[in-house]
Design a protein around this ligand. Structure first.
Ligand SMILES: [Zn+2]
Length: 185
């Protein structure tokens, strides 16, 4: 059987696992591979005196993902969720310039299941942006073997808005899977 080129990881932050499960449950079987983290970290912002520990635990957990990336995988999607009263909205965090361009083109052409202004593509690894994301080690977001895409879906506080967020997340995962590079590096 042909393995998928895309691995979606859910539950890096345990508070967000239920949302991740809901999203992947609705994806066509075989379109992506899914890795569920059963006992993720807390995604709550650390207190200042805990930020070292927060960073260390995150780096260790992200490094543990590496053995799960098989030889067919060219794209790692790291699914998260947060809050946005005006949402659903999304950030696509990506350090691969080629992948950013393809995402941009497809979103321009066909859109996602949300107004385009609700979806932002954020370059990783450039000055000013990476500071907030240093908890992800460069072995993960800047690998020669696969591209990394952090997918943050921001949900409003209503059942209807959350449902739209689930649909938006699925739509963005499918778009990204189409954009997964044939080769990296
Ligand atoms: Zn998260």
């Amino acid at each position: 059987m042909q393995r998928s080129r895309t691995l979606v990881v859910i539950g890096i932050h345990r508070e967000e696992l239920a949302f991740g499960r809901e999203v992947v449950r609705g994806l066509p079987i075989g379109e992506v591979d899914v890795l569920e983290i059963p006992d993720g970290l807390s995604g709550r912002r650390p207190l200042p005196d805990q930020s070292f520990r927060y960073g260390t635990l995150h780096r260790a957990l992200y490094l543990q993902l590496l053995p799960y990336l098989g030889p067919s995988h060219r794209l790692l999607i790291d699914l998260h969720s947060g809050f946005d009263d005006e949402g659903p909205s999304a950030d696509l965090l990506c350090g691969d310039g080629g992948l950013r361009t393809r995402l941009h083109d497809i979103l321009d052409e066909q859109g996602a299941d949300a107004p385009l202004e609700q979806v932002r593509i954020v370059p990783l690894g450039e000055a000013g942006v990476v500071q907030a994301r240093t908890v992800i080690p460069s072995e993960v977001w800047h690998s020669p073997a696969f591209a990394y895409l952090g997918l943050e879906i921001y949900l409003p506080n209503s059942a209807e808005g959350r449902a739209r967020g689930v649909i938006l997340a699925r739509s963005l995962i499918r778009i990204a899977a189409v954009c997964a590079p044939e080769h990296v590096g």
